[in-house]
Design a binder for this molecule. Structure first.
Ligand SMILES: O=C(CO)COP(=O)(O)O
Length: 120
């Protein structure tokens, strides 16, 4: 059983919910953490159990980063919106930096997320 972080920017939340629904059986075998709005949506649309952190712009990305630094997260699925400027861009960068630094399994698009699920 792995500990997986789920995050999606607003324009990617539908993709995340759809991906989670398509993989609900596999995801239900893992422990899921998510930034607030993403997690709420995944919960609502899939019925999966998801531990909710703060919303991304309010510190949720940083909470996931701290989990990575403390060895408490095995994989991160982060559907980043590459076309929109975000007020909390520094938090997004910090999270992707820590996922890279700690060699965390890290997917930022759907095809890689599928591959990560197969690897767990
Ligand atoms: O902004 C986010 C990640 O940078 C996601 O946060 P929410 O899931 O709360 O929208």
């Amino acid at each position: 059983m792995a500990r997986i972080g789920l995050v999606a920017h607003d324009d990617k939340k539908a993709d995340m919910a759809e991906w989670a629904a398509a993989n609900a059986a596999v995801l239900s075998r893992h422990t899921l953490y998510a930034t607030g709005t993403t997690g709420g949506r995944v919960r609502e649309e899939t019925g999966l159990e998801v531990a909710l952190l703060k919303s991304g712009p309010l510190g949720g990305d940083q909470q996931l980063g701290a989990m990575i630094a403390e060895g408490k997260l095995d994989a991160l699925v982060f559907f980043i919106d590459p076309l929109t400027a975000l007020p909390h861009d520094v938090d997004v960068k910090a999270l992707t930096r820590l996922a890279t630094l700690y060699d965390t399994l890290f997917a930022c698009n759907r095809s890689t997320a599928d591959a990560v699920l197969k690897a767990l």
